[in-house]
Design a protein around this ligand. Structure first.
Ligand code: SF4
Length: 685
């Protein structure tokens, strides 16, 4: 059974939607939610919440929640008890390991689930199955942030807390639309700009923030590295840099200068369409501010050169000396999902153990082996896109998908579905019968964030408590309970009876989190990592004395601009950009089952009126969108928020299966897909 719902009618928890990490109070009576209110004591939201966190909770009590395990019998998924489902999962996983070895099994962890659940899942895969084939959806969103920020500063997290937005006298927002995707942070940026801070937006679309920005650089999709390098060159040419900081705390200036010789304002304009005077204005505004802050999103990372985008964006903060100073500023990625930072922190990565320790590092390995009491594989495992390729060529036989609807959210959906079909055995752990669950052999009914106990880590590295306000419906179990049960069915005890025990154990294997525990969070409130001991207050601002790089210096990156993986041509002349809308969240599995559906009942294709006129369709007309991989139809919405030659779609609705269009081209460093550029053609239906 699952833990009983608490008797208290008000439970403090953390929002399970985006990575802002708003503190919420869930008001319940008789086991039902009456309302959710934002917590005034929440350090990130301070009494605010958006239309998702505050109102979109009806999904938890939706009549179509999964309430019992399901097993495939022919074409049908049939309800069974837990014993039968767990026995089957264990038998099939063991069978694959016996016949093909441990690396024929892989797991995709969940950025929606708690840290403790992700910790347990990666431990099961490594310590029980014996493979590093474990990854999470940061692979398809912010893996370039982890790689780029680690290379630049030495740690895979944003450098400054949300509070520093209020210290900033200039905010540079690149490739992010926080007004819709991270509304509480979007509102804070807007307020800061309205109170006089400079605002620079680098985005191909005219987002809400772009419309009020002092400078909007609407560069062509795929031109980020050229723009960031162009800004760096202007800053150096005008002496708008912190020479003392560069001399004391940075490395790589000579190589950068050499690289920047190519990036004349005219060349940057040729690549990006950004006029030289706009580039100059943006560079001046950023570099002459006292406390300039950089906030960026998936428009920087989801490119074939996404890691280069992060590195060259970080260059600006290093040149300006606006990182690691304690005065604000910094370089901060807006994480998409509630716990995408935490899933990576917990080691749900194929090459890193908990706390970003390389799997082949003998000291980290020894620490885990000692605590876990077993030998561990040292060879890095498969990344998510590689899992699909491995399934198609027979190297991967069994896939466990935990709380991710990969059939809808991952790029080139036909490829993903073919990979799922090619696996001998697919387990899906979910709260609804998603497209991915429908393709599984066994479906295990999990719990929503409102029904579980643990922690999330938000976008600014803050561990916050998640507390159960409801019991999971029917036979559904918390994911923590499910993972532990599968381990027991495989003959292994994962050794963490409760989520609090799991976080304590994580602190023993990962020094970055050694000082964080449920009891401390309950007593003292949220804590930022690194937090290395019970009396360490945690570090809201990173790199104050020295950067965590091998030489202690911030590393400037000399990177060329390279064209994107996919370009428009005469057959596919438009560029499709994908992203999110205010009322919905990711695959829409949760928000479409709430009143938010009334606010935004279907997806639209955003297209510039001039393009619609040329092609002969109008507002509300149905339009076929076709890429080199697939086609869909959507209703046109005419708006100048997109430029001529560009269109926009979100991916919240399965009936507008946006990812049948997107390509499998990936960032060369991290395998993050190029969601932001797909060449398409349009045709009125
Ligand atoms: Fe939840 Fe994000 Fe909205 Fe805050 S901004 S309430 S974390 S969805």
């Amino acid at each position: 059974g699952h833990p009983p719902a608490p008797a208290a009618s008000q439970v403090g928890t953390t929002c399970g939607y985006c990575g802002v990490g708003c503190a919420l109070i869930v008001h319940t009576s008789s086991g039902c939610i009456d309302q959710i209110t934002p917590d005034r004591a929440g350090p990130v939201n301070r009494g605010h919440a958006c239309v998702k966190g505050r109102f979109a909770y009806a999904f938890a009590t939706s009549g179509d929640r999964l309430t019992t395990p399901l097993i495939r019998r022919g074409e049908r998924l049939e309800p069974v008890g837990w014993d039968e489902a767990l026995r089957l999962v264990a038998e099939r996983l063991k069978g694959v390991v016996d016949r093909h070895g441990p690396d024929a099994v892989a797991a995709i962890c969940s950025a929606r689930a708690t840290n403790e659940e992700n910790y347990l899942m990666q431990k099961l895969m490594r310590a029980v199955i014996g493979t590093n084939n474990v990854d999470n959806c940061s692979r398809i969103c912010h893996a370039p942030s982890a790689a780029g920020l680690t290379a630049a500063f030495g740690l895979a997290g944003g450098t400054n807390p949300a509070e520093d937005i209020e210290r900033a006298d200039c905010i540079l927002v690149a490739g992010a639309n926080p007004t819709e995707a991270h509304p509480v942070i979007g509102a804070r940026i807007l307020q800061q700009a309205l109170s006089g801070a400079g605002l620079i937006v680098i985005d191909p679309r005219r987002t809400t923030l772009a419309k009020i920005a002092n400078v909007h650089l609407a560069g062509a999709p795929g031109s980020n590295v050229a723009i960031f390098n162009g800004l760096a060159r202007v800053m150096l040419e005008h002496g708008w840099v912190d020479a003392d900081f560069l001399a004391r705390r940075a490395a790589g200036l000579d190589a950068l200068r050499e690289q920047l010789a190519w990036f004349t304002p005219q060349r940057v304009a040729d690549v990006s369409g950004v006029a030289p005077d706009a580039l100059l204005a943006a560079a001046r505004l950023y570099a002459t501010a006292m406390f300039p802050s950089i906030i960026y999103g998936l428009g920087v990372t989801e490119h074939t050169h996404g890691t280069d985008g992060v590195r060259t964006l970080a260059n600006l903060a290093i040149l300006r000396g606006a990182v690691g100073t304690g005065r604000g500023g910094g370089v901060n990625p807006l994480r998409g999902q509630n716990n995408v930072q935490g899933a990576s922190d917990m080691g749900a990565l194929p090459d890193q153990l908990p706390g970003y320790q390389p799997v082949a590092d003998p000291r980290a390995q020894a620490r885990c082996e000692q605590v876990w009491g077993c030998g561990l594989p040292a060879r890095p495992g498969l990344r998510i896109p590689d899992m699909f390729d491995a399934a198609l060529d027979g190297r991967l036989r069994a896939l466990w998908v935990f709380g991710e609807n990969i059939a809808q959210t991952d790029p080139d959906s036909s490829h993903v579905r073919a990979a799922l079909d090619a696996c001998e055995f697919v387990v899906c752990q979910e709260i609804f019968l998603t497209d991915t669950a429908l393709a599984a052999d066994v479906v295990l009914p999990g719990a929503s964030f409102l029904e579980k106990d643990g922690t999330f880590v938000n976008f600014d590295r803050r561990f916050q408590r998640v507390r159960s306000a409801l019991a999971p419906p029917g036979l559904a179990r918390t994911d923590f309970h499910i993972i532990a049960s599968v381990a027991l069915a495989l003959g292994a005890d994962l050794g963490c009876p409760t989520p609090a025990d799991a976080l304590d154990e994580c602190g023993r294997v990962a020094p970055l989190f050694a000082g964080i525990s449920h009891s401390r969070l309950d007593r003292d409130g949220p804590l930022h990592w690194p937090c290395r001991s019970p009396d360490d207050p945690g570090q809201a601002r990173l790199h104050l004395d020295s950067f965590a790089t091998p030489d202690g210096r911030a590393q400037l990156a000399a990177r060329p601009w390279l064209p994107p993986g996919e370009l428009p041509d005469s057959r596919y002349p438009f560029v499709l950009i994908t992203g999110r809308r205010l009322a919905h969240y990711n695959a829409g599995t949760m928000t479409r089952r709430t009143p938010n559906l009334l606010l935004s009942p279907h997806e639209t294709l955003d297209v510039h009126p001039a393009d619609a006129r040329t092609l002969g369709f109008g507002e509300g007309d149905r339009v076929e969108v076709r890429s080199r991989r697939g086609a869909l139809t959507a209703t046109a919405r005419l708006t100048t928020d997109v430029s001529v030659g560009q269109v926009f779609l979100a991916f919240h609705f399965p009936e507008v299966a946006t990812n049948v269009l997107t390509s499998a081209a990936v960032d060369e460093a991290t395998s993050c897909p190029e969601y932001k550029i797909t060449a398409v053609c349009l045709r009125p239906c």
